[in-house]
Write a protein that binds this ligand. Structure first.
Ligand code: MRU
Ligand code: ZN
Length: 222
C-alpha cells in the first residue's frame, strides 16, 4: 500500500518524496566534496509533481552547513516559495530564483546554485560585456549544444540583495539554449530536465570557468 503525504492539498507518495530527498542528498554530498558550498553558500532544488499534477519544489533549508547531513536539510515549498507544511525550517533565502526558473519552463526539473572562486572571477571580469563566451571546447556538448564549431554565451546579471528583483533578473536572462546564468561576484544558477543533467551542466560550466581563469593567468605571465 502506498502511504501519501499531503503538502497543502497536494498529495505526494512517501516513496516519491523520499526518492527526491535522497537525490538531493547525493548531489549535495558530491558538490560539498568539491568545496562548492563554502561558508554555507549554495542551494539545490528538485521539482516534485503531486498526484494532481500540481508542482511542488523540494529545496535546501537556509543557512545550513551543506557538507553535513541532518534530517533537517530539505523542505517542500510551493511555487510561491512558501513551505507547504508548518515547519521551523526556513527555505533557502534564494528559493524565489528556483521557483522563477520552474515557472519559466515546465521541463525544468532541477535547479542548482554554487559559489566558486572561478565562477565569481569570471562573473566580475566579464560583467561589462554582459556575458562570457566559450568556443572550441568539447565540453560545450555537455550543455546540450552539439553543432560543429558552436559557441555559447553565459549571461551575467548584477547581484542584488532584493531576492525578488534578483529572481526576476535571472529569469529574464535565462535562455533556452544555455542552461545557466551567472550572478556577478556571487555564483551561478544552472538547471536541467533532471538532477543528472543539471549536474552535468554545472560540471561543464565550472570546467569552462576554471579554464578561463587559468588562461588569464597564463596570459598575464607572458
Ligand atoms: C552565506 S553566504 C551565501 C548566501 O547569502 C546565499 O547566496 C546562498 O547561496 C545560500 O543561502 P541559503 O539561504 O543557505 O540557500
Ligand atoms: Zn548564493
Amino acid at each position: 500500500m502506498t502511504s501519501m503525504l499531503n503538502y497543502s492539498k497536494v498529495d505526494v507518495s512517501l516513496e516519491k518524496m523520499q526518492a527526491v530527498f535522497d537525490q538531493l542528498r547525493e548531489v549535495k554530498e558530491v558538490f560539498a566534496g568539491r568545496g562548492w558550498f563554502p561558508a554555507t553558500s549554495g542551494n539545490l532544488s528538485l521539482r516534485v509533481e503531486g498526484e494532481n499534477g500540481d508542482t511542488l519544489v523540494a529545496v535546501t533549508a537556509s543557512g545550513k552547513d551543506k557538507a553535513i547531513h541532518t534530517p533537517e536539510d530539505f523542505l517542500v515549498v510551493d511555487l510561491e516559495g512558501k513551505p507547504t507544511l508548518p515547519t521551523h525550517l526556513k527555505p533557502s533565502a534564494e528559493t524565489l530564483v528556483h521557483t522563477a526558473l520552474y515557472r519559466k519552463w515546465s521541463d525544468c526539473r532541477a535547479v542548482f546554485h554554487v559559489h566558486t572562486v572561478a565562477n565569481n572571477l569570471v562573473s566580475d571580469r566579464c560583467f561589462e560585456a554582459g556575458g562570457v563566451t566559450f568556443a572550441r571546447h568539447e565540453l560545450i556538448k555537455a550543455l546540450g549544444v552539439w553543432d560543429e564549431g558552436a559557441s555559447i554565451t553565459v549571461p551575467i546579471v548584477e547581484n542584488d540583495a532584493d531576492i525578488r528583483r534578483l529572481a526576476h533578473a535571472v529569469e529574464k536572462a535565462a535562455g533556452a539554449r544555455v542552461p545557466g546564468v551567472l550572478i556577478r561576484n556571487h555564483g551561478i544558477y544552472v538547471w536541467g530536465d533532471s538532477a543528472f543533467s543539471a549536474k552535468r551542466h554545472l560540471e561543464a560550466f565550472e570546467f569552462l570557468f576554471a579554464y578561463q581563469v587559468q588562461q588569464w593567468m597564463l596570459e598575464h605571465r607572458r
